[in-house]
Design a protein around this ligand. Structure first.
Ligand code: BG6
Length: 479
């Protein structure tokens, strides 16, 4: 079967500054640079962000490859730790301005629309050490100043802006789970950080409305949405899923789209004495600075059941997951390398929810993809990676997205994660997601089979869905 996407559908891919550029000529260290300099052993293969995929030096060749892989748009990010010289006075580094101008211009010259994000977890580490990072109100203000500089320099050409990528990852990985520096485990701090990230997003949007130079310009946020499925219909499991949804999805989604935090969540946080501290003008600022468009990173749903311990037993040590326990559902499809469930039809549910509960705001899939370890094993004799699994994965997700669009979802695009295999935080190069492979030793970049497939798709906007996939989903739709 052949499915047609709308003519102007925005096909592309997503990446970020810190994951591609390398640390060449950078003024400041971000939290990951610092983490790597001090604790190399935390990083897969002890490989840090020093070179990444060398985009700082190779960007012209990389953009050519991206064009060959069919990209019509790209999302990447501007690094605060590169663009700004004096973090307090917010002075620009002219070489960094030249670099970002050069890449924006090159993307446009090659027919690839640049969509620019302002924070992909990469806080300058001095602001963490000096002020406590996102726990600090002052850092929120400095971020809004940095955002203003970006709009002033680049919004004449950049149409689509994003304030943050996955703010919940900053909260959970940095302040609850010990996965990212500063590795703090403290529920109350996590709540304050979440609040400050939302406020920072609103303050950046406020700046954008004053400074933007592009009549078509729009600004949004990128959220990782993980729809929460309860283990059973038991009230305890339903409640667990509801709390996970409030915390993981609705906190940033409601505040960004409707301008208000979910009332149920605020009640729970107040009752637990962990509600954020706020200033009186904040509510108005968040209410008045809603997003124009939403980016959704979708990789997997979350499966929840009631926690084993009673919610009071941990009253001294508040954590959101005192209300819910994630579990691995038996018999589901897994990406064993990454340990994530593969559940394409959840994309349809996300689309429906945005349509029904969030005013059908314009949105797109800003990341979706499949990370595979040791991908070299799929190389053919000509040295090309035969990543049929990635092609199937993408077809299945697009099948469900197309169905939602047919039913009126206001989805305008789809971005794979990621164009060229990129460095990824503490996982470094463990999981390869690219349409284009990277040899980290030689920096040679080669199109995978999926890149040729993607180019065919993005040139025609026609998705060929094999019968095997159709038959499988006919069954799902019947039930
Ligand atoms: C996304 C992030 O959630 O996951 C990316 O936005 C990240 O920055 C990607 O690289 C994949 O993560 P990992 O750890 O599997 O390489």
């Amino acid at each position: 079967m052949e499915l047609k996407f709308q003519e102007n559908f925005l096909w592309g891919a997503a990446t970020s500054g810190p994951q591609t550029e390398g640390r060449f000529k950078k003024q400041h260290n971000n939290v990951f640079d610092y983490d790597f300099d001090n604790y190399q052993e935390r990083f897969w293969g002890a490989i840090g962000p020093d070179t990444a995929s060398n985009f700082f030096n190779d960007f012209r060749e990389d953009i050519k490859l991206m064009k060959a892989a069919g990209l019509k748009s790209i999302r990447t990010s501007i690094q605060w730790s590169r663009l700004i010289d004096d973090l307090e006075k917010n002075t620009l580094n002219e070489k960094a301005v030249d670099f970002y101008n050069a890449i924006i211009n090159e993307f446009i010259a090659q027919g690839i629309r640049p969509m620019i994000n302002l924070n992909h977890f990469d806080l300058p580490v001095e602001l963490l050490h000096r002020y406590g990072g996102w726990e600090s109100r002052h850092v929120v203000d400095l971020y809004a100043g940095f955002a203003a500089k970006c709009f002033a320099e680049f919004s004449d050409r950049v149409i689509d802006w994003f304030t943050f990528n996955e703010p919940m990852v900053v909260v959970e990985c940095g302040y609850l789970l010990g996965f990212h520096y500063p590795d703090i485990v403290d529920g109350k701090k996590a709540v304050q950080v979440a609040y400050h990230l939302q406020l920072a997003s609103a303050l950046a949007i406020e700046q954008y409305r004053k400074i933007n130079q592009n009549p078509e310009g729009r600004i949004g946020i990128i959220l990782n949405l993980t729809p929460a499925y309860p283990a059973t219909e038991k009230i305890e499991d339903l409640k667990a899923a509801e709390m996970a949804d409030l915390w993981q999805n609705r906190l940033f989604l409601d505040a960004s789209v409707t301008g208000e935090f979910p009332e149920e969540l605020v009640k729970i946080l107040s009752k637990e004495n962990v509600l954020w501290s706020a200033e009186s003008a904040d509510i108005k600022c968040i209410k008045e600075n809603k997003i124009d468009l939403l980016g959704v990173n979708y990789y997997h749903p979350s499966r929840l059941q009631e926690p084993e311990y009673s919610s009071d037993s941990l009253a001294q040590d508040w954590r959101p997951d005192k209300y819910y326990a994630p579990y691995n559902k038996r018999g589901v499809r897994m990406n064993a390398d990454k340990g994530w469930e593969i559940h394409p039809q959840t994309i349809y549910e996300i689309a429906k929810r945005i349509q029904e509960d969030y005013g059908n705001i314009p949105w797109f899939i800003s990341e979706n993809g499949m990370g595979v370890e040791n991908e070299e094993r799929f190389k053919n004799e000509e040295g090309q990676i035969q990543d049929d699994y990635r092609i199937t994965f993408t077809i299945e997700h697009l099948y469900w997205l197309h169905k939602a669009i047919q039913e009126g979802s206001n989805c305008f695009g789809y971005h794979v994660w990621t164009p060229i295999d990129c460095w990824s935080w503490r996982n470094s190069y463990k999981n390869r997601y690219g349409l284009i492979s990277l040899n980290v030793h030689t920096q040679v970049k080669t199109l995978k089979k999926s890149a040729y497939w993607y180019k065919n798709l993005t040139d025609s906007s026609l998705l060929q869905v094999p019968n095997s996939i159709l038959e499988k989903y006919d069954e799902v739709l019947k039930n």
